[in-house]
Design a binder for this molecule. Sequence first.
Ligand code: ATP
Length: 535
Amino acid sequence: MEMEKLVSLCKRRGFMFQSSEIYGGLNGFWDYGPLGTELKRNVKDAWWRDMVSGHDDSSVPAAAPDAYEMTGLDCTIIMHPQVWKCSGHYDLFHDQMVDCRESKRRYRYDQIRGRWVEAKGERIFVTTVAETDREEEDTLSRALKYFNLRSKNADQLQWDGKFITLPDIDDLSRALGPDARTPGSLTEPREFNLMFKTTVGALGGEEDVAFLRPETAQGIFVNFRNVLDSTRVKIPFGIAQIGKSFRNEITPRNFTFRSREFEQMEIEFFCDPKSSNRWYQYWRDRRMRWYVDLGLAGDRLRLREHDPEELSHYSTGTADIEYAFPFLPPGDFGELEGIAHRGDFDLRSHMEGKLDENTCPLELEKGPDGKPKWKGSGRDLTYRDDATGERYTPHVIEPSAGADRATLAFLCEAYTEDEAPDEKGEMKPRTLMKFHPRLAPIKAAVFPLVKKDRMPDIAKDIYRTLKPHFAVFYDEKGAVGRRYRRQDEVGTPYCITVDGQTLEDNTVTIRDRDTLEQWRVKADACLEELRKKMS
Ligand code: ATP
């Protein structure tokens, strides 16, 4: 599938718009349109229902080591700055960036891709920030321009090797920056903290600096004691949160895949260190199954265990659930969700403020007395097992998903082109979005075949009966074939049509989006029929 087709469908049918579009947009920020809002809400609702509210605390799910409880939280976006000091984000949450002295632009070091090319006795590394499906033509035209060659002399360019990223080359002085005319304009990489800064209160001094959260997880850790004290949860249990997070990504790109404002769906699952490895396995597989059940099957979805050298300093296991997004080069996958075994790192950091010197490279600032300036909360975040009397700092398994990335993957997976008969029975190309019925923004559309003979009244009655239970849509405008196609294009699984026969025997047709199969049911049985189909 070509990404442009999906992007244009998303705009045309109201799934997604560029933020502040009438002012030229703002890079890295996206708005969801009427249908996109429903779709993303359905993704979040499915997650919350499957992981939290619909979870049965009293039984042991398949493959789980034990029964467990799930509960939710909704924390603020701005938190005490010390949270980020103790979590490590203040000192460690950065990307490497390079500046271009010539174009004055800034890029993420590991995201600039390019190729070595030689002509007229000079060898340069020509780079581009074009989307991967266009990088070939973009680097070609840049190389031709640089060497002052015409397209017909493109064979004078000697390309050497495949596309690689800046960190893969040793000599930045030979790199032609993505917007530069001469090589060597890129600076050496520097670190750039990804947290957005703001000030709290009217004074606005350095001591009032605060940050927009770069992840929702920390709100859960700092409320761990509150949840224990206000509910009767016992380990093992999980706390879930859905909410906005912000990262000042250096090069936001690929539609909503890398945005600066996005939504996360995170679980912190607290367990006994003795069984944490088994819980890690459980969550990894449980989360993978969730995507499969909602339609991301096949070889475009994969679960990838990190190699030991890829692991964060505190983690004993991390796996990513990845999807082969169509905007990535063939064979590449993008992260949808990370499932990490975080040990007791987070709770201990918030207790002691001191990250383990043996495993963590963090140097804490020292005060005049030589002691670390940033202390932990000093609160007791350990857990006492009532049954055994044992006290320990719980281990944490963290399945951390992005709601926007999941929504984008469901959109990519749903996009389908096939052929279907038009009114005259001729096969015509059609575009359809094969959303899982749970995710479809509209579950059913109701049409009168024509605007006469009581058909609109009967159709409206059906619409009103269904509306309290399902997101349904009423449409009487234009030829019915076109109305079907409009619904196919936004992924409505069922269309219900009131026609001439309805006036005789009170039955209507129901049409299936994917199979195009049509069958008749009694008009007053539509709700029941949809329920049966959707379950
Ligand atoms: P990446 O390596 O792609 O930047 P990450 O490993 O930093 O991602 P995490 O910190 O593990 O991501 O965040 C958990 C999830 O949040 C990711 O799997 C992703 O779905 C989502 N996410 C992270 N950054 C962004 C972003 N800039 N835009 C949209 N979603 C994001």
